[in-house]
Design a protein around this ligand. Structure first.
Ligand code: PLP
Length: 412
């Protein structure tokens, strides 16, 4: 491969038709932010939008806002916007609760449809919350077990006893991306349902839930969707399944007629039945503002840029692999990867802290991964260059070995 120069990288930014999108975000001076896959950056518009919701809607219009500002319609309205990013119909996605809670709802709903089958099949090194929820659903059912296997072996392990597969589309550590259509087809052939976790996919990679034959999916609002810390999550249920799937947390807002205040639960038809309680309006408003950043954006070009940023990073990292013992812990072929890249290194934690102290924010994932997320909405090619240049300095001068970079805080 031809050596990439700083001039080449500047030219990539100059030629990038998506470059102006960065101005829609406020990013602090002197920071190269490569952690938008964990907490998206704040859109410039969000503080103003939140102030307006607080002052005008809550402050002035008070409870009337449920109707006059359609607070009550937020889960559906925001869900429809997310649907546009994940290849689903507007009535197939709803914004609510957290990813963890939505996982529980869909897993439990799915398992109830598969009563004659005994296992929930999942990955043995996926995101822990997924595994915990699967175990809880199995325990609550009494007769089910969780079978956790290597991610690579998933398709081969589906059998006639598999009730539900629970899989993360893009792995949170390696960034490895599964072929959704292929997994769905294999599951369908054996009569199993699939619940997809799109936490590291939605807003980052091309998704076609409908076209790939997906039944059920969940994902979060605070990562690539830029909805703010702890933003509401979403869930997707294929239209044809919605009225067959029961919500195991049947709250009043999932009722067919919430304001009839009936003592009998009657599930709403369609996606609405997957709501539990009152939507967190302020958090929803921030999420809506995050989603507005995608409006009018050529999604194919956006996702291609995410890939190109990753590709550039891997290319520039080659010399550090040779000189400083980094090992690529992500697929080398971009078509099997999401929008983040991880390298393994025995000193990954301290290296990550040293980078942060020099303004390059990525993250560490246990046991030894340095993970960098390349959010195509606001990351420039020159950010990738600068991050690698600073990392090189951290390594060449062993800046990571300073004792203060080894201290772990509550959140890593
Ligand atoms: C971030 C993430 C979650 C987080 O779930 P929360 O309920 O929002 O805390 C779940 N699954 C995966 C794969 C994730 O990456």
């Amino acid at each position: 491969m031809k050596t990439i120069s700083f001039e080449d990288v500047l030219e990539m930014d100059e030629r990038d038709p998506l470059a102006p999108l960065r101005d829609q975000f406020s990013l602090p001076e002197g920071v190269i932010y490569l952690d938008g896959n964990s907490l998206g950056a704040i859109p410039r518009d969000t503080p103003r939008h939140l102030a307006q919701v607080v002052e005008d809607e809550w402050g002035r219009d008070l409870i009337r806002s449920w109707n006059s500002h359609d607070w009550i319609g937020m889960p559906q309205r925001i869900g429809a916007k997310i649907a546009g990013l994940v290849g689903a119909g507007p009535d197939e996605v709803i914004a609510c609760d957290s990813t963890s809670v939505n996982l529980f709802k869909l897993l439990q709903g799915a398992i109830a449809l598969q009563s004659s089958r005994g296992t929930i099949l999942t990955e043995n090194a996926g995101f822990p919350t997924d595994r915990y929820m699967a175990q809880s659903v199995a325990d609550l059912c009494g007769s089910k077990t969780v079978k956790a296997v290597e991610r690579d072996a998933i398709i081969d392990m589906i059998d006639a006893n598999t009730a539900v597969l629970l899989l993360t589309h893009v792995d949170y550590r390696s960034g490895h991306k599964l072929d959704m259509a292929r997994v769905n087809a294999a599951a369908k052939e054996k009569g199993a349902l699939v619940v997809w976790d799109l936490s590291h996919s939605a807003g980052a990679v091309e998704l076609d839930l409908a076209g790939s034959g997906s039944d059920l999916a969940v994902g979060g609002g605070y990562k690539y969707l830029n909805g703010g810390p702890g933003a509401p999550a979403f869930l997707y249920v294929r239209r044809e399944m919605q009225d067959r799937l029961a919500n195991p947390l049947p709250g009043w807002l999932g009722h067919a007629k919430p304001f009839a205040f009936s003592q009998e639960y009657e599930a709403a038809s369609g996606i609405d039945r997957f709501l539990c309680g009152t939507p967190p309006v302020l958090a929803m408003a921030a999420l809506e503002s995050g989603l507005a950043q995608f409006e009018g954006v050529d999604l194919a070009a956006l996702f291609a840029k995410g890939q190109a940023l990753c590709e550039l990073y891997v290319g520039l990292m080659a010399k550090l692999v040779d000189r400083h013992g980094f090992t690529l812990a992500s697929p080398s072929d971009g078509t099997n990867r999401g929008s983040h890249v991880s390298y393994a290194h025995p000193q990954a934690f301290a290296i990550c802290q040293a980078l942060i102290s020099r303004g390059v924010i990525g993250d560490f994932r246990t046991p030894d991964l340095l993970r960098m997320g390349f959010t195509p909405l606001y990351t420039r090619y020159r950010d990738v260059w600068d991050a690698v240049r600073i990392l090189e300095e951290v390594m060449d001068r062993e800046l990571w070995s300073d004792e203060r970079f080894s201290q772990k805080q509550r959140v890593t």
